[in-house]
Ligand binder design. Structure first.
Ligand code: GTP
Ligand code: MG
Length: 328
């Protein structure tokens, strides 16, 4: 095992599973599966593909890994009482956005163990929000952070270190430290993007990550898979991508924010003639969707939570300032 992996907790190492000998452990590690948590990120068929281990064996390993993590209390049991479910929910942590209005609407901020989608037209504040959260996650818990670091996957080349410095200075933080705690990925296409997602678990553990931004998440798929003919191929890839993200958020207790743009709906005569890209695949996979709109004043934005069973429909105002996101 290389020095890089010293940070893995002994208890979670793949070789702790009964029946995983040196040879199997080596095959798994060569495929990037170092911990029992990593094992649960993939389907047995996929594990078999990348390791050469027979599918039936991979199925057994996944089930065994699941039992192991259940015993440690790291994953929920198959059936849970409503009381336990409530406790799990309470174990969820939140990153404050900088706007009390927005935090109230989200019942505390951006939650861990979930994928939160912000969608809206250009200039609606999606990128500014991601920058702010990449800084806020680093704050101590009493100040609304998680005291953890961030990963920023920048598919549109709009990540700005200067903007991070400005936000950090406005929050009286050391900008050098803050920059050091943000790992930036710049995938040029969806193949690289999907590959980066596979590497997230490793970086999460190594850097003690609590927040991941993917800005924009859906755009690259739309740009590459053009036309009706490639729609099903696109939706299939997007589906895998979204589910990988959700699994990572749950297994590693991180908050994931994805951004998305809107497209015109020619069929809508009344109300808002736009909708987020990605159709049902994205709609079903995200835990919360928030729609951002511009308001009359140049620095004000309107946020509304869409289709949430836990949140009553409502709109709130927030502002984009030198310190990032804040209240009007
Ligand atoms: P697209 O990526 O184009 O879809 O837009 P977006 O939703 O990501 O918009 P973004 O977050 O880039 O918001 C842009 C708006 O934020 C601008 O219209 C500015 O009003 C504001 N803004 C951008 N940079 C700064 C900055 O450095 N300081 C302040 N105070 N405001 C900024
Ligand atoms: Mg943007």
């Amino acid at each position: 095992m290389s020095d890089d992996y010293e940070y893995i907790e002994k208890e979670l190492e793949i070789s702790n599973l009964k029946g995983v000998g040196d040879v199997t452990a080596k095959k798994l590690k060569e495929a990037g599966i170092y911990t029992i948590q990593d094992l649960l990120l993939y389907s047995p068929i996929y594990i078999s593909e990348i390791t050469g281990i027979p599918v039936e064996r991979a199925e057994k390993l996944v089930l065994q890994g699941y039992e192991y993590l259940k015993d440690l209390g790291l994953v929920p049991k198959d059936f849970t009482s409503a009381t336990e479910l409530l406790e799990q929910r309470r174990a969820r942590k939140f990153i404050k956005t900088g706007s009390n209005n927005l935090d109230d609407m989200l019942k505390g901020g951006i939650p861990t163990q979930a994928v939160t989608e912000f969608y809206g037209e250009f200039g609606s504040g999606k990128t500014q929000l991601c920058h702010t959260l990449a800084v806020n996650v680093q704050l101590p818990e009493e100040d609304g952070g998680l005291n953890k670091s961030a990963i920023y996957i920048d598919t549109e080349n709009t990540f700005s270190p200067d903007r991070i410095i400005e936000i950090a200075l406005n929050k009286k933080l050391d900008p050098t430290e803050v920059l050091k705690n943000i790992v930036v990925g710049r995938p040029y296409n969806t193949v690289i993007l999907l590959n980066m997602v596979k590497k997230l678990p490793e970086i999460i553990k190594k850097n003690n990550v609590g927040f991941i931004a993917i800005d924009s998440a859906v755009g690259p798929f739309r740009a590459e898979y053009l036309g009706r003919g490639r729609l099903s191929e696109r939706q299939q890839l997007l589906n895998r991508f979204m589910h990988d993200l959700l699994r990572i958020a749950e297994v590693y207790d991180v908050a994931i924010v994805i951004t998305n743009q809107v497209q015109a709906r020619p069929d809508v005569m009344f109300g808002d003639p736009t909708r987020p890209i990605g159709g049902h695949v994205v709609a079903h996979a995200v835990t919360y969707r928030i729609y951002l709109k511009k308001a009359k004043a140049a620095d004000l934005r309107i946020a509304s939570i869409v289709d949430s069973p836990e949140h009553p429909p409502r709109e709130v105002l927030f502002r984009i300032t030198e310190a990032g996101i804040s209240d009007p």
